[in-house]
Design a protein around this ligand. Structure first.
Ligand SMILES: Nc1ncnc2c1ncn2[C@@H]1O[C@H](COP(=O)(O)OP(=O)(O)OP(=O)(O)O)[C@@H](O)[C@H]1O
Ligand SMILES: [Mg+2]
Length: 467
């Protein structure tokens, strides 16, 4: 079998993460091992496989050092159902309805989308063929005759050359239509199709509140199951062949897919390889108990999380989902609270702790230049849209990194996010003028960086405000 991401070794996974995240070797290593263990577990005989529970991870590190970034990149690599949720979301005062079980429901949704996409790819060729057949039917049916009826062959006029041409009002020969269709000659013709409009339930959208979203979805599904309400009302619409082909292909693909099998597979994937990234976990840790007494809602969230992390069964609209083997990766800055402020039961569910280091000038230089999506590349690409060729000298990069580190020291340490603010300040002029420039080449060097940033840095208040 070809090497797919699904069976990358830990070293290969780290290698992939390296392309986007600078440093933080320990954290990358831990998540790479965890990901590989998912695969290893799949190779184990079933009775033992059930016994092997995932080793959940907590990533600890100051703000802006790559915790969420690692999770984002991992999710792309994992080829597994993956959701990222902010634990703090569940604590907000008055936040009702969005219970922690919704994490699992979201995870199954992601799995559904994954499996659906796979299935759609699998049936694509057949769906295309079916769609073509239907298009041919539509196009060869004489005007006003419903396409479902077999196209009757009308009178033809045979020219001296022997080719048959259609007599107005009668049907065209299917084979001829098919040939023209394939040659792309009929793309602009109009056909009439029955299309399903998805049911809009404005009254629920209007109510808005969280939790309503689940209810709205449930209602939609319920209504969708009623005969005559399939996906809302249907409507006859005229459209070009090109557009009709898309619509028909989708319809035919849906018919070819076994929806129940999709649901079963989605639930299986969620249970066996689902990954939940619990961001901002420190925000639900106690830690300030001295001031205001125990924070009931935070501890409540932790207690709610427990059964899901430990393994329980959650009812979703695609079936019951056991959470025993879902991998949880938590992350938090933990500068106010400590991991030890989490309730002990929850701490115990996260046996692997990795710390991320705070970033300095050296890392900033690499972050600015190495990743495929590095900030300097992003700005250069944006300027490219204005036909301006933006370049940075090595000296400029070093200077930007230096100012970013200084700003982090003097004001708050916001990690690599500081690079965004520094770059914005640095390129403010150019960003405004780029559209009107006559000289298409801009080289930012160290001198220019100092010229722009030194005055801002010199004024402490200004630096705090702008950077
Ligand atoms: N080690 C790194 N390598 C490359 N880019 C990084 C790194 N750390 C941070 N960044 C960049 O900085 C930004 C913020 O990083 P990220 O979202 O990962 O922070 P975080 O550690 O989750 O912080 P917080 O605790 O505030 O959530 C991202 O845009 C990311 O691209
Ligand atoms: Mg984060």
């Amino acid at each position: 079998m070809s090497r797919s991401v699904a069976n990358f070794t830990p070293r290969e996974i780290v290698g992939e993460l390296d392309r986007y995240v600078v440093g933080q070797a320990k954290a990358k290593r831990a998540v790479a091992i965890a990901l590989r263990n998912r695969w290893r577990r799949q190779q184990v005989p079933e009775d033992l496989r059930e016994e092997i529970v995932p080793k959940n991870i907590i990533m600890i590190g100051p703000t802006g050092v790559g915790k969420t970034e690692i999770a984002r990149r991992l999710s792309k690599l994992a080829q597994a159902p993956f959701v990222k949720v902010e634990a703090s979301k569940f604590t907000e005062v008055g936040y009702v309805g969005r219970d922690v079980e919704s994490i699992v429901r979201d995870l199954v949704e992601v799995a559904m989308a994954l499996v659906r996409t796979e299935q759609l790819e699998e049936v694509q060729t057949r769906a295309e063929q079916h769609a073509e057949t239907r298009l041919v039917e539509l196009l060869s049916a004489p005007a006003g005759v419903a396409p479902a009826q077999p196209a009757s062959i009308g009178p033809f006029v045979v020219s001296s050359k022997g080719t048959a041409t259609q007599v107005a009002g009668s049907s065209r020969e299917a084979d001829e239509v098919r040939k023209q269709l394939r040659a792309g000659e009929l793309e602009d013709e109009l056909v009439e199709l029955e299309v399903h409009e998805s049911a809009a339930l404005p009254m629920f959208s209007m109510l808005g509140g969280q939790g309503m979203e689940d209810m709205e979805q449930q209602l939609r599904d319920m209504l969708g199951n009623l005969p005559g309400f399939k996906g809302g009302k249907t409507e006859q619409r005229k459209m070009r062949v090109g557009e009709a082909r898309e619509v028909l292909q989708q319809e035919e693909a849906q018919k070819l897919i076994d929806q129940d099998a999709v649901k079963r597979e989605a639930v299986r994937r969620t249970e066996q390889s689902g990954i939940v990234f619990l961001d901002e976990i420190d925000k639900v840790a106690g830690g300030q108990r001295a001031q205001g007494g125990p924070d009931v809602s935070r501890e409540g969230v932790q207690r709610d999380l427990l059964p899901i992390v430990e393994g329980s069964t959650v009812t979703t609209k695609y079936g019951q989902v056991k959470t025993d083997h879902i991998l949880f990766i938590a992350a938090g800055a933990f500068h106010v609270s400590k991991v030890s402020d989490l309730i002990p039961e929850l701490q115990g569910r996260f046996p692997i702790r990795v710390e991320l280091e705070s970033l300095g000038q050296e890392e900033f230089v690499r972050i600015l230049t190495e990743p495929k999506n590095a900030l300097t590349r992003q700005y250069a690409a944006l300027m490219g849209a204005e036909d301006v060729k933006l370049e940075f000298t090595e000296g400029a990069i070093a200077a930007i990194a230096e100012y970013a580190e200084q700003a982090n020291e003097r004001a708050e340490n916001i990690g690599a996010r500081r690079l965004h603010t520094v770059m914005e300040a640095l390129l403010d002029e150019l960003s405004f003028n780029a559209s009107e420039r006559s000289d298409p080449r801009v080289v930012i060097d160290a001198a220019h960086v100092r010229e722009v940033l030194a005055p801002i840095m010199a004024d402490g208040d200004l630096a705090r405000f702008i950077l």
